[in-house]
Ligand binder design. Sequence first.
Ligand code: SAM
Length: 272
Amino acid sequence: MLTLVPTPIGNLEDITFRALEALKGCEVVLCEDTRVAKKLLGLLAKRYCIDFGQKRCIAVHEHNQKDFLDRVDPSFFNKAVVYMSDAGMPGISDPGAMLVRYAQEHGIEYDVLPGPSAAITAYAASGFLETDFCFYGFLPSKEQGRLQALEQILDHTSPTIFYEAPHRLVKTLEAIARLAPARTLFLAKELTKVHQKFFKGRAKELFEKLRGEAIKGEWVVVVEKSQTPKASLELGIDELLKLPLPKKELAKLLSRADGRPVKEWYALLTKN
Ligand code: SAM
């Protein structure tokens, strides 16, 4: 059996009883990073006086998960196997989903334990009242993709949560402040940790406030929904292709319509 086990996102005491039981009872710990997993097991053992015994830890991460699953025999999961990522909920901007898919496709019994996740914790702390929200994970790392993603997020008619790396936070705030200066943002820093901090305000104010600071730690951003849903003109690809626009602009529109990269559309439009 495979069990996905959530781990604390900062505060050791957020481990659940069920997570401890699963970790105690398993034979193999699949984990994103064996050093992180062993360190966590050590801390939990000490804090809760648990003898986890000698667990076999195997690294299964973004870069080797496909290879691992191609090679592993389904009978490997006849024993109790857990999967834990470095922190929080496996499968949420972390590996885990491919293991679940493997279990589904091979008739392997699996379970997912609920537990801490930065996205949900930040949303609950945001004070946004909407019951619907979007979760974007991380924005693309390349500039053009990031801007496109931000434009999409700012058009959403539900609040949107995304994860942001500290070294990119101010740049992202700057972009939002330029695109939608009056939009309210909620920023959650270092959730559940000693230096936890919340910021809420208009994009422009938050950018001004944080631009000179040395930004450290882990961050979640929650963006207020768009108050002015874009009038949507539903045009199909064929109709879009007939628009008398420069090819660059047309490629962007087509990319937004079907999700294919702008580059690919541009190459198609400029062929011949
Ligand atoms: N699986 C995790 C979860 O369920 O939240 C998310 C893993 S993702 C690789 C790591 C990102 O989540 C960080 O870069 C940060 O944006 C966010 N994050 C994780 N822990 C956090 C915390 N304690 N406070 C704020 N953000 C956090």
